[in-house]
Write a protein that binds this ligand. Structure first.
Ligand code: 6PG
Length: 253
């Protein structure tokens, strides 16, 4: 169903959420390949995308993608080394990168572990400027951006009330998250909103009340940062399982 300027698809379960997410990846990879363009994808972190990554690395999908044209980035990262159990890159490496013939030069992790969060953010911004050949005042247009949503309504590492929410100039920022007592590095909402296809993968009853606020409640993007995600002229798709969608209008079980 289309709710204002976004699509909400209610899937039977978390598996279907990932399946649809994976099918979109294949479709965009084929479209990029047909036009001789590289595919640029920003990956989300946390636990939800694990199933998606396993699917993409699995028999049903791996061989349907020409990995030579795929360029992977991250929408956010924890300020830990890649080998740390909390690393989004580390999880992706285990579930996807080690299982597909992607070119190492086309994998662009956020450089944590070696530098300060501020330095990592600056370096990653340069990585994006270089890959997308950006001039002053230009913004990267990822072909596909996967996002998740926390039970508090955060997305990427744009947490409620955190400094990154008000950033309007930078592509990537370091963001101190009070409730975690930890630094994160995150693409800013402005960068995410230049995405051509911005897809939330959200599953589980624990997200139900928050996604209702985000999609059907009043606008309060400082309290619900996922509401900041409104692509300028891109597609916004929410892939929800029934449990996460259970409190949405018309989804009463
Ligand atoms: C991260 C993610 C974050 C995640 C949400 C949902 O680094 O943790 O990018 O935004 O998508 O916290 O996480 P789950 O999928 O684990 O619920």
């Amino acid at each position: 169903m289309r709710v204002r300027d976004r699509e909400v698809v209610v899937c039977a379960d978390a598996h279907e959420v990932s399946l649809r997410g994976a099918e979109l990846f294949v479709a965009l990879a084929h479209r990029a390949q047909a036009s001789g363009q590289p595919l640029s994808v920003a990956l989300s972190g946390g636990s939800t995308p694990r199933t998606l990554f396993r699917m993409l690395a699995g028999e049903d999908f791996r061989s349907r993608i020409d990995w030579r044209g795929v360029n992977l980035f991250w929408g956010d990262e924890r300020s830990v080394p890649a080998e740390h159990p909390d690393s989004n890159y580390g999880m992706t490496q285990r579930e996807l990168l080690d299982k597909v013939p992607i070119l190492e030069a086309n994998v662009h992790p956020i450089p944590t572990g070696l530098t300060t969060p501020a330095m990592a953010a600056r370096q990653y911004e340069e990585t994006l400027r270089s890959f997308f050949h950006l001039g002053p005042g230009e913004w990267p247009r990822f072909d596909l951006i996967y996002l998740g949503m926390g039970a508090d309504g955060h997305t990427a590492s744009l947490f409620p009330g955190s400094p990154a929410l008000s950033e309007k100039e930078r592509l990537v920022v370091e963001n101190y998250v009070e409730k975690l007592g930890a630094w994160r590095i995150t693409l800013t909402a402005k960068t995410l909103n230049y995405g051509r296809n911005v897809v939330f993968l959200i599953a589980g009853a624990g997200k139900a009340s928050r996604i209702k606020e985000v999609l059907e409640g009043r606008s309060d993007p400082d309290r619900f940062p996922s509401q900041q995600i409104r692509p300028l002229n891109g597609r916004l798709l929410f892939l929800l399982d029934r449990a996460a969608a259970s409190q949405l209008a018309g989804q009463g079980v």
